[in-house]
Design a protein around this ligand. Structure first.
Ligand code: SAM
Ligand code: SF4
Length: 443
């Protein structure tokens, strides 16, 4: 059997797409290997969200060139850079065999046949129209033994945030029909999965025959499923119906990733985010009233063109006001074909060293807040869904709380069990403790 190796860059969407690539390759009689050196086929599943991600993939391609030369392995690039660069990538990288976009994953066997038999270099980056697009169905067997899994509910994005390349690399929004989503969730529950995360670029605008709030509730009702999560949501689509679902269905995990990007209305407007800080806080207030204790995380961009120290101070202020559980923060990276990328010079580029310094300041503040929120858990008992051995110390167990806090603990609970853990210590990133044993059992 021939072997494939996939190097995945970027977000959960890509991690999930790589699994679908593996399933498509199985149909072409390819099996997986963990070592590129053993592979007959090397795929890079790429990310274009920031320039750095693109640079990393180009240097990885350089490394795989020697494997190609020594074993005659085929080399293909998929994902967002493939969609963005199309045939330009074949010109730029002469030893590359093929380029395929996110909509071509299920056609990988045909693409490979053309490359192998016809000895041609292939570019497959056409979009598939909404009515015709068929979401690749996950093979539940590849999830056997896993406690938590992702389920795709939509692809693409219809927003036009001025910094973001996603609408160009993932196309228009297409929602997956809800019966397919629920069937996949039921199949996953059938092989032991206990937690699912519904994923899409903007899940709140889901339109697959139910509203997103209805889809969440129906997912939570699938027998065997104990927790439901989702990502990502755009604040301007955060409906009252979704907030109500948090109040009504305890299996919807009390964690909300709500990317704000910036704390200044002036910059939010230039980002074309379609909400003000006051509106964002109002939505958040309702959410917290509906589900007290809900953990909120966000994404932040610093150094957007024209961002002044005062605008940045507003981001720090918002961070303090919301007290986020965590933030993913980035320096602005100009992207091709985006308004902010094209107009950076005119809108006022922020010098690189200022961007980096602002990033450090917001990250320092967030670490302090995360540390305080985690320290407040010490001494309490938390509910943990067990996912496996601890990564830092395999003699301990690892899992997450409903709020998505990671926990390493002493205990013997099997994967998939929900147990109580008494928290003994905390860092900004993880809690540590011991399993609370039922009466009569020693820890
Ligand atoms: N759909 C999500 C939303 O609306 O918030 C975001 C998806 S994007 C893959 C993840 C994050 O990358 C964004 O929230 C943003 O913070 C960051 N990002 C996107 N474009 C960026 C850029 N040009 N420079 C820096 N960070 C960027
Ligand atoms: Fe990008 Fe904005 Fe769409 Fe998110 S909502 S994927 S940031 S365009």
């Amino acid at each position: 059997m021939k072997r494939y190796f996939i190097h995945t860059f970027g977000c959960q969407m890509n991690v999930n797409d790589s699994l679908r690539m593996g399933e498509a390759l199985a149909k072409a009689s390819y099996g997986p290997t963990d070592r590129a050196e053993d592979a007959d086929l090397i795929l890079l599943n790429t990310c274009a969200i920031r320039e750095k991600a693109e640079d990393k993939m180009l240097s990885a391609l350089g490394r795989y060139r020697s494997v190609k030369a020594s074993r005659g392995a085929l080399l293909g690039v998929g994902g967002c850079v493939a969609q963005q660069e199309k045939d330009r990538l074949l010109k730029k990288v002469p030893y590359l065999d093929f380029v395929f976009g996110p909509d071509a994953i299920s056609r990988l066997p045909e693409i490979l046949a053309r490359v192998e038999q016809d000895r041609v270099r292939v570019v497959e980056t056409a979009w598939v129209d909404s009515e015709e697009y068929v979401f690749p169905r996950a093979d539940p067997n590849s999830s056997a033994g896993k406690v938590t899994e992702f389920v795709t509910v939509m692809k693409g994005c219809d927003n036009v945030c001025s910094f973001c390349v996603v609408p160009h690399t993932r196309g228009r929004e297409v929602s997956r029909p809800f019966p397919q989503v629920l069937q996949e969730v039921a199949d996953l529950a059938g092989v032991g999965v206990r937690e699912v995360t519904l994923i899409g670029q903007n899940v709140n605008s889901y339109r697959g025959g139910l509203s997103f709030a209805q889809l969440l509730r129906r997912t939570a009702e699938v027998p065997g499923i104990q927790r439901v999560r989702f990502t990502t949501s755009h604040p301007h689509d955060l409906s009252d119906e979704l907030i109500d679902a948090f109040a009504a269905q305890p299996k919807i995990a009390p964690h909300f990733h709500l990317p704000v990007q910036c704390g200044s209305d002036r910059i939010l407007k230039k980002m074309r985010r379609d909400y003000t800080v006051a509106q964002y806080l109002e939505r958040l207030g309702r959410l917290r009233a509906a589900r007290p204790g809900i953990a909120v995380t966000t994404d932040i961009i610093v150094g957007f063109p024209g961002e002044t120290e005062e605008d940045f101070q507003a981001t720090l202020e918002l961070t303090r006001a919301v007290r986020y559980e965590g933030q993913f923060s980035f320096v602005f990276s100009p992207r091709p074909r985006t308004a902010a990328g094209l107009h950076e010079q005119e809108w006022g580029p922020v010098p690189h060293e200022v961007k980096v310094e602002r990033l450090e300041r917001v990250q320092k503040l967030q670490r302090q807040i995360s540390g305080e929120l985690m320290a407040a858990q010490v001494g309490s008992e938390v509910e943990v869904l067990v996912e496996g051995p601890s990564r830092t110390d395999p003699s301990r167990r690892f899992g997450r709380t409903p709020e998505n806090r990671t926990v390493n603990f002493d205990g013997d609970a099997p994967d998939g069990a929900q147990v109580q853990v008494r928290v003994r210590s905390a860092t900004p990133n993880a809690l540590s403790g011991e399993q609370v044993m039922p009466e009569g059992r020693a820890a």
